[in-house]
Design a protein around this ligand. Sequence first.
Ligand code: PLP
Length: 360
Amino acid sequence: MSALWSDHVADLLPYVPGEQAGIPNLLKLNTNEHPYGPSPEAIAAIRQAANDSLRLYPDYQARALRQVIAARHGLTPDQVFLGNGSDEILAHAFDALFLREGRPLLMPDITYSFYQTYCRMYRVPHVCIPLADDFTMRVADYTDWSGPAPAGIIFAHPNAPTGRALELDDIAAIARAHPDTAVVVDEAYVDFGAQSAVSLLGEFDNLLVIHTLSKSRSLAGLRVGFAMGDTALIEALTRIKDSFNSYPVDSLAQAGARAALLDDDYFEMTRHAVMSSRENLARELKALGFEVLPSRANFVFARHPAHDAVDILARVRKQGILLRHFRQPRIDQFLRITVGTPADCERLCQCLGQIVSKSH
Ligand SMILES: *Cc1c(COP(=O)(O)O)cnc(C)c1O
């Protein structure tokens, strides 16, 4: 706290990212990074772009990259918006779409915790709708909403940190029920087994779908995300961006992202490796007595009926393994575990096996 601060800064509740610890022999299973590196084509493109032309500003419209994204999703480039990671796009979406005469934003009570941070930052009134007991979204709570007309609806699909996904018909029903409301679908994990709502964009001009290269493309360090939707929604985001920072995606990031998106073979190989590793990990955790939610993401959400989550967290950390825990009602006995390589999962399960067998 300082007397020099703007009035609202003291009230902010910044998002707390997972730890990036400097522990020897560290196994990071806490921030859903990809266990395999990015496409070699992406690395080559970044190297090639590291030249004298860095003295120039990047293409502020990122035309080449937007063209690739549009072509791959059957869209036009003016239906694509780029950001410095999808977190930045989410922030712009809160600012551009959710501040409408006090109308509330609807979101699940358990979802990506950054949404709460943005609500506070932009002073967006909001209503948190409880997930069902099995941690699925009850679609009728949104379609039959009888409160004040919402300014927006936002959820992650698959949801984080639960890993649970919706059917496309459910997303369509939500968008159809609120034609005058922006419905933002954060698909950070969609490539690990859920169906993307991008295919609904032709039908709904109120739908905005956000993707990132941080998870399934293994480029968290490059900071590239993109949103897809009707040109009017994209224009709102662009107006905010160009009032804030015209160049959020640098030249190296544009080159690397483009090459990564064009490397289908590597993408298919690595995402399938993660999905198959996930199924093995879920099976092994269940064999150790964990309850594991069905996941369509690159993490699993699990609890052990006989062992306290915070205790497990501390004990695996002593062995150099980081997991993610959320101090939040309903989920404070769960651990979110990023899917690693088969060897990573093996190391984790051996460690967990010692923990759950010892105290019996
Ligand atoms: C990781 C994540 C993001 C942020 O991704 P960046 O593109 O790295 O900013 C957004 N939404 C959800 C649900 C995530 O898990």
